[in-house]
Design a protein. Structure first.
Length: 142
């Protein structure tokens, strides 16, 4: 199960936009088109273990999308490290559910590399963010 070769993300911003669009829509196939099909990809969801490999990442997103209700997601880009062949972004994700009023801020680091078929995600690490970090001002924890 690998992403279709015809999907080309010309810029890392295109790949990141596609990632968050797929996340908002709960679209597994669109989500997995963003990911590299390498066995070295890594995904860590808030409070979860490291998922290594395309298949493990796909199975986890499938479970998330099957068990998630409707939510609103706002993404704020805070920082990016850009090289010719890799980009690392750090974003603050604001998840909210209108029914419950629940707001869940998440700090995420996304890693993209450039290959034959454009830019692909090779890493996503998300962790709960402290509620007082909603302004986007980085907190020093260590």
């Amino acid at each position: 199960m690998s992403p279709p070769e015809e999907t080309v993300y010309m810029t890392p911003q295109d790949a990141e936009s596609a990632f968050y669009d797929a996340l908002k829509k709960g679209n597994l196939e669109a989500m997995m088109r963003v990911w590299s099909d390498d066995e070295e990809v890594v995904c860590i969801h808030p409070g979860g273990a490291a998922l290594i490999g395309y298949r493990a990442v796909r199975e986890a997103w499938q479970r998330i999308f099957e068990n998630s209700g409707q939510f609103h997601l706002q993404v704020v880009q805070q920082a990016a490290l850009v090289t010719p062949s890799a980009v690392v972004t750090h974003v603050l994700e604001h998840f909210s559910q209108s029914e419950s009023g629940l707001v869940a801020p998440v700090a995420a680091t996304n890693i993209y590399t450039r290959g034959v078929f454009g830019w692909r995600m090779v890493g996503h690490h998300a962790s709960p963010a402290p509620p007082d970090n909603l302004t986007g001002v980085p907190m020093v924890l260590h």
